[in-house]
Design a protein around this ligand. Structure first.
Ligand code: ADP
Ligand code: 5GP
Length: 191
C-alpha cells in the first residue's frame, strides 16, 4: 500500500490555522489531523485529547527522553510536540496526515521526511492578526505581545514553505488550502 502524504501547516498565532483546518477536514474526506501534546494550560472550551493532549512539564520531558516525539519545540514559553507513533501508523496505513505545528517543528519534520508539504497561513496584516488574537479572548496582554513578537520572527521564514495561503476571507482561504491539499494527495479514499 502507498504511504499517505504529510501536510505541515504553520503560521502565526491568530492567523486562523485552527479555523481553516477545521473547515478543511469537513470539506476533504479522509484527512487525519494529528493531536499534539503540550505543557500549555487548556483555553476555555478546549477539549483534552481533541484539541491537545495536555501534559505536565515532567511528563513532556519523560516523553522526550523516551523518543516519543517526531518533533517538538518551545513556543511562547510552552512546549509542544507531535507524537511519533500515531503519525507513523496513519501514514503507513495510507492516510493523508495534517500537522499544525510551528516553523521550528515544521523544519525538523521536513528534514526527516522531505516529501512532506509545508503550508504557511498568514493574516492580511499585523493589525488584523492582533485583532484576531484579542478577539479570541484567551491571552493576557503580555501573552498577546509575546505572540506578536513570535509572529514577526515566523513571518521571516515564509520563503522556506512550499505554499502560502492568505487567510483574508475564511471561505476563500479554505478553497485555496483545499486546492493545495487535493493537488498533493497520495490516494483519495485510501484512509
Ligand atoms: P490560530 O489557530 O492560527 O491561532 P484561530 O483559528 O484560533 O487561529 O483563529 C484566531 C481567531 O481569528 C479566531 O477567533 C477565529 O474565529 C478568527 N478568524 C479566523 N479566520 C478569520 C478570518 N478569515 N477573518 C476573521 N476572523 C478570523
Ligand atoms: P497555541 O498555543 O496557539 O495553540 O499554539 C501555539 C503555537 O504552537 C502555534 O504556532 C502552533 O502551530 C504550535 N504548535 C502546536 N502544536 C505543535 C506541535 O506539536 N509542535 C510544534 N513544534 N508546534 C506546535
Amino acid at each position: 500500500m502507498r504511504a499517505g502524504s504529510l501536510f505541515i501547516i504553520s503560521g502565526p498565532s491568530g492567523a486562523g490555522k485552527g479555523t481553516l483546518v477545521d473547515r478543511l477536514v469537513t470539506r476533504v474526506s479522509g484527512l487525519w489531523v494529528s493531536v499534539s501534546a503540550t505543557t500549555r494550560a487548556p483555553r476555555p472550551g478546549e477539549v483534552p485529547g481533541e484539541d491537545y493532549i495536555f501534559i505536565s512539564p515532567d511528563e513532556f520531558q519523560r516523553r522526550i527522553d523516551e523518543g516519543d516525539f517526531l518533533e517538538w519545540a518551545e513556543v511562547h514559553g510552552n512546549r509542544y510536540g507531535t507524537l511519533r507513533s500515531t503519525v507513523e501508523e496513519r501514514l503507513a496505513a495510507g492516510c493523508d496526515v495534517i500537522l499544525e505545528i510551528d516553523p521550528q517543528g515544521a523544519f525538523q519534520v521536513k528534514e526527516a521526511m522531505p516529501s512532506s508539504v509545508l503550508i504557511f497561513i498568514t493574516a492580511p496584516s499585523m493589525s488584523e492578526l492582533e485583532r484576531r488574537i484579542r478577539g479570541r479572548g484567551a491571552e493576557t496582554d503580555e501573552q498577546v505581545r509575546t505572540r506578536l513578537e513570535t509572529a514577526e520572527k515566523e513571518l521571516r521564514l515564509v520563503g522556506n514553505y512550499d505554499h502560502v495561503v492568505e487567510n483574508d476571507d475564511v471561505a476563500l482561504a479554505t478553497d485555496r488550502l483545499a486546492g493545495i491539499v487535493e493537488s498533493h494527495r497520495s490516494c483519495e479514499g485510501c484512509c
